[in-house]
Design a protein around this ligand. Sequence first.
Ligand SMILES: [Zn+2]
Length: 497
Amino acid sequence: MSKPEQLWIQFEKHFHTLNQIRGITEIIGWDQRTQMPDGAAEQRGEQLSYLEETYHRLITEPAFSATLGELEAQASALSPVQRGAVRLFRRKVRERDRIPAELAKASVEAHSRGYAIWIQARAQNDFSLFQPELEKILELRKQTADCLKEGKQTRYEAMTQLFEPEWPLENTARILGSLRDRLVPLLPKIMEQQKKVPLQDRGLPLSAEKQAKLNLWIAERIGFDFKMGRLDISPHPFCGGSGADVRLTTRYNEKDWSQSFYGVMHETGHGLYEQGMELLAPHRALRETPSMGLHESQSRFWENQIGRHPEFCVWLVKQMQEMKLLDSAWSGPRLARYVNRVEPSYIRVEADEVTYQLHILLRFELEQALFDGSVAVRDLPGAWNELLKKYLGLAAPAVSQGVLQDVHWSDGSFGYFPSYALGNLISAQIAEKIERDIPIAESVRKGEFLPLRDWLRSHVHQQGASQSMAEIVKQVSGAELGVGAFIRYVEAKFLCR
Ligand SMILES: [Zn+2]
């Protein structure tokens, strides 16, 4: 056996162990958020912390780094797939090597505790409960950023790099700036246009039991494989698990089935990406996304480009009437009007496609301010309200519907929010390209979703992490990531109806 082959076997063996730990962490993390009794929070925190320590120790083992180094030295003897896996793991090792084990452990404990207290604080509408936890979490993230930042990077850029590697913060800032300049003036025009047809419905009541059935049906219909996944309930919906075990979650509001329905389409989009990578990505080590923005583009595509398409609404109403979930007075256009209404609101996850981006701009500004010290944690509720006024013209009625609404800061995911906005832009850019191969309106009118899923599989999912987000977007859409496609989509959908 040649030297590179031997080295590759060593790499795979170590990767396999790391992957096992990651898989177990995902599943007990899912359990923590869906099934675990409250009293077990501390114990689960310790278990997660043990796994994190073990992962950290194994990935930073000098022998593994040495194997990577030797593989890098023999790069010309490796296949492109092997080279991709080595590159990906070099980055992971570098990130880990720079963070002392004590800091990594303290962070996991703080996030586990922070999450439990965030749940309480949100339920009791009391920011002061969460404030000391958030201060600790932010302090630990700043220490982590100091370990990670390179060259002229700011602490905040070091955070965003964890979700968008190889994508400079200045690109995000430039793109979000241009998004703000083009989207903010469109909002009043859209609201004006919308007034022409008054909204008939203020809610879509349906029992949680019926919603659960509907959700399972649509997830399967758009191509999710339940032999490799589940759908459960959690306070903050997410897609977890890994590989052949993808865990989707949702929450139910019996006054409005569309909330969990579109939440499930969103999480299923993430799940389809995971399943597509599991089945197709060229090597196990590459079965992960190169960017959270790209992951979000997959969820947003199914939730908005497909799920909120007027023709999809026509198809869905017919299906739901056959299932006796809607009466005969319902029509596709009535549902399309309801699920596409544009209205400034407090809650990001329930926001329409247009104002959603403004919610992200608000969080992007606040996170930068928290990291450069211009806003302190205790002043967050006030700063939140100021920006809510600026972007959406609203005042949050309660902290539970304002600064406490998102899970992200409780688990230290500062720098994640911009990826949501990028995901919306990527999904619009990809949809323009798909349209040339598969006419979207025609497909959804017939309820034919698998060709769309398979297009995404062959163009996006099967790449795994073998290329960067910017490279995949450029290769798939033929253009650099920008705001053009998203703005064209918004204008066509909301101004020309
Ligand atoms: Zn998502």
